[in-house]
Design a protein around this ligand. Structure first.
Ligand SMILES: [Zn+2]
Length: 279
């Protein structure tokens, strides 16, 4: 388990560091408070950039008290006390945020913790569809490797979706099929759970990397539905709960809520709506 964790951390680091032999070994970390980045060490002006708390960064110690933070290929300096190694943790209210037809997100909402998934994705890395909040992305990697160990290879099709993407999808269907069709099958902008950065649609080669209800009959889908809670994911739109969730059965749509709550919801057969009502 410890080896696996080390391997996962290595994979997370390797996948985000450009393959340049001259570049320093960067650590994955996050900002522990609002963090000002400077162009030079030991110099507190001018401020080059300000990062919020819990933003994932790649960094390397520069001297005893300062570190280099890399954003893309640009190097900044900041006091090392602003940084912590590892994966940024969410608060439980962020982790359990309810987004559905009744509860929306502001159009400007975008988690500062979005990072690129390390598992195989259908879309090329760089697409917003391959982003998830760091804690959820890390948990999804654990789920993926556990599946691989049992001979099941899962792919992430669609994870994060911005408000503006959802808006163009919705508008497309309104113009193609009318408002009543669109509102039945496509979330109104601000009401898609994918905007939280905690949701992901999963698939497999057997599903030709698409989304089909028969996924729940495939070995990969069966395994995923039985085990996702161990890694903090729930099936967000189960069969028989359509009137509670407001959505048709989707055996591919996982939502990250954390291991403890996912296990409880699985045991009690609760949707996220029911968890909010009954907890
Ligand atoms: Zn989905």
């Amino acid at each position: 388990m410890k080896m696996l964790r080390i391997l996962l951390v290595c994979l997370l680091v390797l996948s985000t560091v450009p393959a340049d032999a001259a570049s320093p070994t960067l650590k994955n970390g996050y900002t522990v408070k609002t963090t000002k980045l400077y162009w030079r060490a030991m110099q507190s002006s001018p401020v080059a950039k300000t990062l919020r708390t819990n933003v994932p960064v790649r960094y390397v110690p520069y001297n005893r008290s300062w570190s280099n933070v890399y954003i893309g290929s640009t190097r900044y300096f900041t006091p090392s006390v602003n940084l912590k190694a590892g994966i940024p943790k969410m608060t439980s209210s962020e982790r359990l945020r309810l987004v559905n037809k009744q509860h929306g997100l502001p159009s400007t909402y975008r988690s500062p913790q979005l990072t690129t998934l390390t598992i195989p994705t259908v879309y090329q890395k760089g697409s917003e569809k391959t982003l998830m909040t760091a804690e959820a992305a890390y948990a999804l990697a654990k789920l993926y490797y556990a599946g691989r160990k049992q001979g099941h290879t899962l792919y992430a099709l669609s994870a994060y979706r911005s408000y503006s993407t959802q808006k163009s999808i919705y508008n497309y269907w309104v113009s193609a099929r009318g408002t009543s069709y669109a509102s039945k099958y496509v979330a109104i902008p601000g009401h898609s759970e994918h905007q939280t950065g905690l949701a992901v649609d999963m698939t497999s080669r057997r599903m030709r990397l698409g989304l089909y209800e028969s996924f729940d009959q495939s070995p990969e889908g069966k395994w995923m539905l039985q085990n996702a809670h161990r890694y903090g994911f729930i099936l967000r739109y189960p069969k028989g709960k359509e009137r509670i969730t407001g959505y048709n059965y989707e055996p591919w749509h996982l939502r990250y809520v954390g291991v403890k709550e996912a296990t409880l919801m699985k045991q009690q057969n609760w949707t996220l709506e029911e968890w909010w009502r009954k907890r």
